[in-house]
Design a protein around this ligand. Structure first.
Ligand SMILES: CC(C)(COP(=O)(O)OP(=O)(O)OC[C@H]1O[C@@H](n2cnc3c(N)ncnc32)[C@H](O)[C@@H]1OP(=O)(O)O)[C@@H](O)C(=O)NCCC(=O)NCCS
Length: 110
């Protein structure tokens, strides 16, 4: 199954002013990665898009998984990977891309 999502970066620029929202949506690893980059909001936006895309790819199978149960962590080559809480064996492929305006993600549940 496949999932896709697109987000407007400007929404995440607004969230930067409210650390409570950021901490509610993102894991510490996702926050640390995004804040290590120049365009913080773009990296947060694309991680949110990736969570939504992964959720869509999974939703037919498991509606109990929420957005905060899904983490996006880059591997040592820079490729983003999906980790789902309490679901070590869920295999998912993910590709993401972002510009100053939009962030997109496509996830495939293998
Ligand atoms: C990795 C690369 C392709 C990203 O492309 P880009 O146009 O600069 O940026 P995009 O917005 O489309 O993609 C950025 C995302 O690519 C992902 N990415 C980085 N390295 C990756 C890899 N090895 N495999 C898959 N995805 C990768 C990251 O998730 C990154 O977003 P993040 O930093 O928020 O996690 C590019 O930076 C790069 O290094 N290119 C190497 C040059 C090259 O050989 N290009 C031709 C490839 S056929």
């Amino acid at each position: 199954m496949i999932g896709i999502d697109i987000e407007e970066v400007k929404r995440f620029n607004k969230y930067l002013k409210n650390s409570k929202i950021i901490k509610r949506i993102f894991s510490q690893e996702e926050i640390d990665y995004s804040y290590s980059k120049k365009n913080v909001a773009q990296h947060l936006a694309v991680r949110f898009a990736a969570k939504e895309a992964a959720w869509k790819a999974l939703s037919c199978k498991n509606r109990k998984i929420g957005i905060t149960d899904i983490k996006i962590i880059n591997n040592k080559y820079g490729k983003p990977e999906v980790f789902i809480k309490n679901k070590k064996n869920t295999k998912m492929d993910l590709s993401i891309s972002h510009t100053d305006k939009y962030a997109v993600a496509v996830a495939i549940f293998l």
